[in-house]
Design a binder for this molecule. Structure first.
Ligand SMILES: [Zn+2]
Length: 216
């Protein structure tokens, strides 16, 4: 299968907007892809926005964003909406999106899946499409208790060093989540292994996305 390239991005480097409802969503959903893009496109920048990051979770989000994006990080913008209540603050969340639209015109946007079972994730996905209407948007997946995994159609194979770093960075950065029964390396590795199988990744590991609209 031939690979699509992002070499045609605007001059001045690829601008990537990373959107996450909670402080570990971006890293779990597309952390490996961010590491890969940073390596492949040294001029790229990552504009990082987390909608619910309070207390220790804000500190963890800051630390993780720096670990994944390094000197290419712009922000992070860490908002303090209550976890689980994003749809009930919809007008304020939409205002954040409108501010983002004025500040940045990204070449690529990572956001939640429109069919995610978590209401906070769904709202961010819906407002992404509602706000950015001439952009390449890739929706990432988050494994969860609710069991909402589907059939993604866009794959990013990852080298062994990349997927191992992704998992290690997540485990290192989000200490407050270690008590959750699902927050284990096996969760992240097993999903990437299945997606790697589905796209014939040379390493066997990949991240996967939903791409609803692409132009050639
Ligand atoms: Zn989340």
């Amino acid at each position: 299968m031939i690979q699509l390239s992002l070499d045609g991005a605007a001059r001045g480097g690829l601008k990537v907007l990373c959107l996450g409802s909670h402080s570990d969503d971006i890293e779990i959903g597309c952390g490996g892809t961010i590491l890969r893009l940073a390596e492949k496109y040294p001029d790229c920048t990552f504009h990082w926005v987390v909608f619910s990051a309070t207390g220790v979770r804000a500190a963890e989000a800051q630390c993780a964003a720096m670990r994944f994006a390094g000197p290419r990080l712009r922000g992070p913008v860490l908002k303090t909406f209550a976890d689980g209540f994003l749809p009930f603050a919809g007008a304020e969340v939409k205002t954040v999106f409108e501010e983002l639209k004025r500040e940045i015109s990204p070449d690529l946007i990572f956001t939640h899946s429109r069919k995610d079972a978590h209401q906070d994730h769904r709202l961010v996905a819906e407002l992404t499409w509602n706000t950015f209407r001439n952009h390449l948007i890739l929706e990432y997946e988050i494994p969860k208790y609710d069991g909402d995994l589907g059939q993604p159609n866009f794959f990013v194979p990852l080298q062994p060093e990349t997927y191992k770093n992704k998992v290690q960075f997540i485990i290192d950065a989000f200490q407050s989540q270690h008590s959750k029964h699902w927050f284990q390396p096996e969760t992240f590795l097993s999903l990437m292994r299945l997606r790697g199988m589905e796209c014939n990744a040379p390493s066997g590991y990949a991240e996967a996305f939903y791409s609803r609209k692409v132009t050639l």
